[in-house]
Write a protein that binds this ligand. Sequence first.
Ligand code: NOJ
Length: 578
Amino acid sequence: MMKTFSLLFISVAFLLLNSNGSCAQTNASPKDTTDRKWWKEAIVYQLYPRSFKDNDGDGIGDLKGIIAKLDYIKSLGVDVVWLNPIYSSPNDDNGYDVSDYRNIMKDFGTMADFDAMLKGMHARGLKLVMDLVVNHSSDEHEWFKQSRSSRTNPYREYYHWWNAEKGKPPYRYSLFDVHHDAWRYDSLTNAYYLHYFSRKQPDLNWENPKLRHEVYDIMKFWADKGIDGFRLDAFQFAAKDTTFPAFPNGFEKDFTRFYGMQGNLHGYLQEMNQQVLSKYNVMSVAEGAGNTFEDAHNLVDADRNELNMAYAFDGVGIAKREGYSLLHLKQVFTKWDSAFAAKGWLSIFLANHDQARLVSRFGNDSPEFRAVSSKMLTTFLMTMRGTPYYYNGDELGMTNAGFTKIEDYRDVQTLNEYQRQKELGADMQKYLQQIAFESRDNGRTPFQWNNTANGGFTTGKPWIGVNTNYKTINAASQEKDPNSTLNYFRKVVKLRKDNLVLVYGKYTLLDASNPDTYAYTREWNGKKLLILLNFRDKKATTQTGIDVGKATVLIGNYNNPSKNGTLMPYEAIVYELK
Ligand code: NOJ
């Protein structure tokens, strides 16, 4: 069930937790982590354009819709917008299958709209990070059309082909394919092509210098337009051993170990850095951080001239339908923090467009606790070391979609897995229950702007159902309520922006074995903050050994914050210690 999806993210987690954490810290200079950079101090707001705001009434969010909401984004206090792919695409995977890297998807608008959007962002002091999807393209990209047309076409080597007279190539696992088979036979040239994701997402051949330089040119095209960064989609998988050796049986359970950080990946990143990244004031972030802390350091340490940061999946992968262990969550975040305490830089996140909703997975989306647990999770994300990535809609405490039938879903992975489970004769009711908790579509329902039809997202028919709770959970009503999750988000964002200790400060876990509460301090330049979080729906006591008698409460999600270490359900408090 949904193994494809979980496997991608969870196998990385598994590997990391089982690595001995050897990290390249021997030459660590403390300056590395505390060296001030705008991208370390930034708060990134991730915007899913398809579901944010529809301007033209076709039921699909668009760039003009984003432009109409720039003041809203600015009002949040965030600094950077990470926009999911907006390039031309047949939308097999909602834009992660690009057919033209220098054009805008018709559903989303035109290049003139893009230019206006970027201008509007910059005018408001917002920066823009674009998704760079270059582990694969769409099979409808001109490169692939050429590549598949004949074995001697100059674009043949832009992709990975295996001539069928050699027999079937050694098995490769595909995350989204109905049969999880990453080799697709193409009769036109009697050969198989490789696709780690769907059949319509053939993998690009990074071993080919021509392809690499095409990508650098594309990056320059966007950087010259003035964008402020790139998020490198699935890039840890880009380099391959093109002899395609057989992998051990069952490798797919740990496939990141076989796919991640292979061959000359670091060489390619250094080349990309030298050709593009170093020439612009742009930030760069990799999706995925490899298999070990050493891998992650190799990606992001400043002296290696590759990327600025990466995000690892162990944290986000923890939440399960049956619940999750807070001890595990604390262990993961603490391990990662300590591995990067002196060198390198991390991203902090618990949700994105590949996950079900933050509050439904890590908090409690019942009417009683939804708001308070959302606020607690926001407090957590904004008080950790690393650059926070915050997903649109979570500031409202938007919840899982509540879909009950397969026709409600749109996600290629969810639908292909449904077909596969059906072919296997699986219990389809059980599958539906599973996806109701974890399908990516839970995080992709339209943004809930107000209580009018379709939550104010569109005047047309939305491309995916709007959550029926839009009448009670929406931005307009939360604007009016000073205690709303939205207004709390703004306050906690401001708290981070006003307190560099929350960006650079040393993190120390307290009361580590407490299964209900998460307590830690952040310290920097003589300032010390204490953060207390209760992850349970009942009161919980934490023993930090710190006297908060004289401390100042900087923020809390209850009107009268607890004073004696016994926290109310899902309570969050940030103290400044004297
Ligand atoms: C990771 C992206 O976040 C996800 O949405 C996409 O399906 C895969 N990469 C493939 O591009």
